[in-house]
Design a protein. Structure first.
Length: 174
């Protein structure tokens, strides 16, 4: 595939993603369950300015994430997972900085925290050119939306399905 075709596809996807940015804007709440607020650029970096907002998926604090605790087995790989709340706070900060695409990436990542790793790898492979039919991609989108409540990610997969039809990149289009 030549560079011009790839560049054209990337521009098309980004353009379509930008049209989705009005959907589900993130209002970030601290991970501590405090009052709702909109995180701003001045709240960045969270680890320095609001470490109390950052908790792992297993409710560990940043102070607990030490080399000593890792070496002693008190911290596992599961303890290192980020929470959707922290990602949404990062999205709000990015949006406040005028970095809407980055904010959208954080929002998608927040949705994906609910999706098991093996399913993410299946979806990744299914999104590669010539790997899936349009219906298979639409089924993935439906699964993301209905089972994992990942509306932004589902819209992304639907857009990919439409783009793959246009670009003849579906399974059997060789």
């Amino acid at each position: 595939m030549n560079a011009d075709v790839i560049e054209s596809m990337v521009r098309d996807v980004l353009s379509r993603m930008n049209s989705l940015q009005g959907a589900a804007p993130a209002t970030a709440a601290p991970a501590t369950g405090g009052s709702q607020h909109r995180a701003k650029v001045h709240d960045y970096p969270l680890a320095n300015k609001h470490p109390e907002w950052v908790k792992t998926a297993t409710n560990k604090t940043l102070d607990e994430l030490t080399l000593e605790n890792v070496l002693s087995g008190k911290i596992t790989a599961q303890d290192m997972r980020i929470t959707p709340e922290t990602l949404r706070i990062q999205a709000a900060i990015a949006r406040d900085a005028g970095r809407d695409r980055l904010a959208m990436n954080f929002e998608r990542a927040a949705e994906l925290t609910a999706v098991p790793d093996d399913r993410i790898l299946e979806i990744y492979n299914a999104l590669r050119p010539y790997r899936s039919s349009k219906q298979e991609l639409l089924d993935i989108a439906e699964d993301l939306e209905s089972h994992y409540h990942a509306k932004i990610c589902a819209a992304f997969v639907r857009e990919a399905a439409t783009l793959y039809v246009e670009r003849k990149k579906l399974k059997g289009d060789d």
